[in-house]
Design a protein around this ligand. Structure first.
Ligand SMILES: Nc1ncnc2c1ncn2[C@@H]1O[C@H](COP(=O)(O)OP(=O)(O)OP(=O)(O)O)[C@@H](O)[C@H]1O
Ligand SMILES: [Mg+2]
Length: 154
């Protein structure tokens, strides 16, 4: 029964709802944690990250890092926002092992960065349903993130 909790599926009906969900999760994050955001273009990955930024008291506007691969935002915890789309299979270590200990790492398009991901992370997938609706699925990889997923549900 409990196992069902560990693959949590939610529906967001607006951009604002996705930001709120990101904010809720963001408040539960701790140093060294890693989230991977998977899903279609315009699925809501960066929108969700904006909510995380709010929770971490980041003042700068979080936008899509597509052309820069990595953006670092300073807040209560530092946020390392990676968009690996343009790495497209290039074997490129951004050196996160050391960096991310000081903050949290959020990786869009992790399929292009998978060799460098930590062993445990929380995968969140975004599925486009219609203009305003997204299915959002939480899938913890490793035990470390199961508790967070349970808390996000409350
Ligand atoms: N329920 C929703 N949740 C999130 N975004 C929504 C929702 N409904 C509509 N949108 C719109 O969808 C777009 C999501 O864009 P966003 O940049 O967050 O996507 P992305 O997954 O980061 O895309 P990319 O792969 O191009 O980086 C925004 O324009 C937002 O306003
Ligand atoms: Mg994006």
């Amino acid at each position: 029964m409990l196992l069902l909790l560990y693959n949590v599926f939610m529906i967001s009906y607006s951009e604002e709802e996705t930001i709120l969900l990101g904010e809720k999760l963001g408040k539960l994050l701790e140093k060294g944690m890693c989230l991977t955001l998977v899903g279609d273009l315009a699925g809501g990955k960066t929108t969700f990250t904006k909510g995380i930024g709010k929770a971490l008291n980041i003042r700068r506007v979080i936008n899509s890092p597509t052309f820069t691969i990595l953006k670092i935002y300073h807040g209560d915890l530092d946020l390392y926002h990676i968009d690996a789309y343009r790495l497209d299979g290039a074997d490129y270590d951004l050196g996160f092992d050391e960096l991310s200990d000081d903050g949290v790492m959020v990786v869009e398009w992790p399929q292009y960065y998978k060799e460098y991901l930590p062993e445990n992370y929380l995968e969140i997938s975004f599925e486009y349903v219609d203009d305003n609706t997204r299915n959002i699925n939480f899938n913890p990889v490793g035990d470390k993130y199961k508790k967070i997923v349970e808390e996000v549900l409350c």
